[in-house]
Design a protein around this ligand. Sequence first.
Ligand SMILES: Nc1nc2c(ncn2[C@@H]2O[C@H](COP(=O)(O)OP(=O)(O)OP(=O)(O)O)[C@@H](O)[C@H]2O)c(=O)[nH]1
Ligand SMILES: [Mg+2]
Length: 387
Amino acid sequence: MDYFDPSDIAEKILDALRKERKEMKNMNVMLLGKTGVGKSTLINNLFNERLAETGIGKPVTQKIQQHSKENFPLTIFDTPGLELGGDNAIESLLKEINEQIRKGIRSGDMEKVIHCILYCVSAGSHRFEEEEKKFIRLFLDENKDTNIPVIIVITQAVSKKDAKELQSCIEAENLGVSQIVPVLAEDYELDEDMVVRAYGLDRLSEIIYEIVPDAMKKTFVSVQKANIKLKTQKSHAIVAATAAGAGATGAIPIPFADSLALIPEQIAMLASITTVFGLSLEKSAIAAIVSGTLGTAGATVAGKTAVSGILKLIPGAGSVAGGVVSGGVAAALTAALGEAYIAVMVAIAKGEMKEGDLKTEKGRKFLSETFKNALKLKRNEKGERIE
Ligand SMILES: Nc1nc2c(ncn2[C@@H]2O[C@H](COP(=O)(O)OP(=O)(O)OP(=O)(O)O)[C@@H](O)[C@H]2O)c(=O)[nH]1
Ligand SMILES: [Mg+2]
């Protein structure tokens, strides 16, 4: 590549992205709870893909169904129609669930084990029913040795007061579950002009992140969509590491005057951030981000002016001779690129921007401004902001 080619850079990012996706470990979440308590609604709003809409799912046992999607490293073990009627029903259901859990453990395969169990109880039921208590006690008792974290999710928590009351009732049982979290997964329309806003999913996400095994944290941050902060924190850590690396390596050779190439570490950084956000962007969208940032910081045409325009904005970059930049400049450029990229991902994740907007005038302006502002910040040799 002997000139600045956003499409070529985008292709390389996509390659790195495919590789990351392939290497990402599959996470398994089990959903328990009575019919209609909002299990499907919960997972559809918690995760990037609407898994519960992919049909009834593949039956694993008589009562357990498996929801998954190609190229999405999450499997939901759903128990639709779980009704707690009579002793035998409880026992047969428990047996199927326990067998499923043990099958995963016996496999010795980290990607087949259940990593987290969400037990849903509806806030609308106002009380913690005896049968439910009995079920969950038996279940927890039989699963003591497996150490799989169980979270009780109080779903359909339209009334925070009701949810709190139910939470107290459950807490009083001292069940030994990891957490009890009230959630309203989707806005609830009380009447025409009264809407109760959804809440609690961000907290649930944070709790799941804390309790799943370390090996699954990366997957979880990527597949969940309810907590953008988890994504930005992880992304900023990636940018900081890459920028520090670029700073330490010292000079990044940029064949100046006619080209702006990205080093493999910068390509990997952008791919990793995309993975963290779990977005499947088209090549053209990634190319638009690359050209909208690197390409417009001082240039109307790619090439010479792009490089000098960028360097002009970095405090203390000075004039560059010999086709290399100092470590500090390399770090600053890397950090600014990473931060601008994160800002775009956040805007898309929050729905403030659509993939298609990236190619519009408004999108280009956003990209260019964000990148320029990030370039102008004072930074140390590692690319960290210093004021
Ligand atoms: N507005 C709103 N409606 C919800 C919420 N949770 C569940 N519902 C509604 O409650 C009904 C049942 O929700 P589902 O998600 O299908 O419940 P489920 O537990 O998956 O039910 P089964 O699969 O039959 O066991 C649906 O009409 C949902 O729209 C919520 O957080 N907000
Ligand atoms: Mg369902």
